[in-house]
Design a protein around this ligand. Structure first.
Ligand code: NAD
Length: 443
């Protein structure tokens, strides 16, 4: 339900933003790229730090619906940072060149579209959208406005994933036939039990704005600070974590996505009122394309695995296995020179006849030195302290300055978010879902 107050705010905001679009700054090489942050929580704050580390950037404005985070933005980045509960006021500022959007998922599309219409470049956190229907309008807005838009799945900027891409292209594991990807956790914070500030109330939080177009509920601080636990605002483990696995994998293999998704799971441990699963498994079919063979993908997130958090990928091929974790590891076992036989239950004469034929086909020979392989796995590690997150922000700021394309545009972002959202649909509706990865729509 849209309240009258909302309508007035939204209309005023749109008008302000439209004025700003015509007054867009030209950034000369010596100028800072002036950034703003919308959604000053954990990731948004990390995004600002990464963006400032890129250099040649300056934070000028922030918006959040919780006053405490606006106060802390000034404590952390300076009293001159403009703050507002209303992101439209940030978008209307001519001194803002680019915005980082790190709100809960249900606001991503709306704020991204408003920002691009206001003439701002956008770095929007993953998943690009909360619902399948919200994807195409973001892609259209980016095309129509010509603004730069980077989606925040930093793995696609990672040298680790680039190395994996190179190794795969060199054929180190032969033709891959399956990929396993997982992200297991074993902690309350890992399971999204984030801290709730003692001053949280409807005085300090704009609850109506937080909810936006989500179904309306009475104020509940858990919904604000632990929004991932609710389908109304988040996208479950699929949108939170599968999406990183999709984006990383699509980058490594050059894929547009699967054609079929089936997911199952349950809320097994964290029975804290959440309405999303804490354990989820998904199976996806990828058809053969110009860049990869047909293969199957198995995804897993388990928020109570009884061990330590770990995440990774295994690309399984005819000649070996490539694992991505901290770095990339290739394990290969020499292929057998001959298939062997199981003849000892046959009659003696039959065994003899079999062996004669077999040895004609596979003459006994000393293996050549080429059959020798290193015993250890081959490992490639990034330099200590390497940050793909910083690289992803560098890629964005460079694109803002040069107007050259980013590494993760909305089409790539939606091709990663789409199958993750389909996994949710499959889980909640208990059915398999079909997807057109080229047209980016459910079929
Ligand atoms: N790329 C990554 O590795 C990564 C990691 C963590 C989170 N994320 C993504 O970043 C986003 C934020 O996650 P988080 O963990 O920082 O959540 P968070 O709850 O810490 O922060 C979200 C902030 O947005 C504010 N907010 C809510 N509605 C708003 C609105 N209408 N206008 C302005 N502010 C609003 C909230 O008050 C809160 O401060 C999510 O989409 C999440 O998926 C990405």
């Amino acid at each position: 339900m849209t309240t009258r107050r909302h309508f007035i705010q939204a209309t005023a905001g749109a008008a302000l933003a439209a004025q700003a679009a015509s007054a867009q700054r030209t950034i000369s090489p010596n100028d800072n790229v002036q950034i703003a942050l919308i959604g000053v929580g954990g990731m948004g704050s990390g995004d600002v730090e990464a963006s400032l580390k890129v250099g040649g950037t300056k934070l000028v404005a922030v918006s959040d619906v919780y006053d405490g985070r606006l106060t802390h933005a000034k404590e952390r980045w300076g009293a001159d940072v403009f703050t507002s509960r209303h992101f439209e006021e940030v978008l209307a500022r001519p001194d803002v060149d680019a915005v980082i959007i790190a709100t809960p998922d249900h606001w991503h599309d709306r704020v991204s579209i408003a920002a691009m219409n206001a003439g701002k470049d956008v770095y929007c956190e993953k998943p690009m959208v909360q619902r399948l229907a919200f994807g195409p309008p973001v892609i259209e807005a980016q095309k129509k406005t010509g603004r730069i838009m980077q989606v925040g799945s930093q793995r696609v900027s990672s040298i680790v994933y680039k190395k994996a891409q190179d190794l795969l292209r060199q054929g180190v594991i032969g033709e891959f036939n399956m990929v396993e990807a997982w992200w297991d956790r074993n902690s309350a914070i890992g399971a999204w039990q984030y801290s709730i500030p003692p001053d949280a109330s409807t005085d300090t939080i704009d609850w109506e704005r937080f909810q936006g177009r989500a179904p309306h509920h009475d104020y509940d601080s858990k919904r604000v600070f632990r929004w991932r636990n609710y389908q109304d605002y988040g996208t479950g483990v699929a949108g939170d974590l599968f999406v990183h696995l999709f984006s990383g994998m699509h980058f490594v293999i050059g894929s547009m996505g699967p054609t079929r998704v089936y997911a199952t799971g349950g809320t097994r441990f964290w029975k804290d009122g959440r309405d999303v699963p804490d354990l989820m498994l998904a199976l996806c079919d990828y058809p053969k394309t110009e860049s990869h063979p047909a293969f199957n993908l198995a995804l897993r997130v388990n928020f109570e695995d009884g061990s330590s958090e770990n995440q990774g990928f295994r690309f399984i091929g005819s000649e070996g296995i490539m694992t991505i974790g901290n770095g990339v590891t290739v394990s290969r076992t020499p292929r057998e020179a001959e298939p062997g036989y199981t003849i000892d239950t046959f009659a003696n004469a039959t065994q003899k006849e079999f062996l004669k034929d077999y040895r004609e086909k596979y003459p006994e020979q000393r293996p050549s030195a080429d059959a020798m392989r290193p015993d250890d796995d081959e490992k490639f590690l990034p330099p200590p302290g390497y940050s793909d997150h910083l690289d992803h922000h560098k890629n964005f700021i460079q694109a803002v300055r040069t107007r050259k394309p980013v590494i993760e545009d909305p089409t790539f972002g939606f091709r990663a978010a789409g199958p993750a959202l389909l996994a949710n649909l499959s889980y909640f509706e208990q059915k398999e879902c079909k997807w057109d990865p080229v047209g980016m729509k459910q079929v």
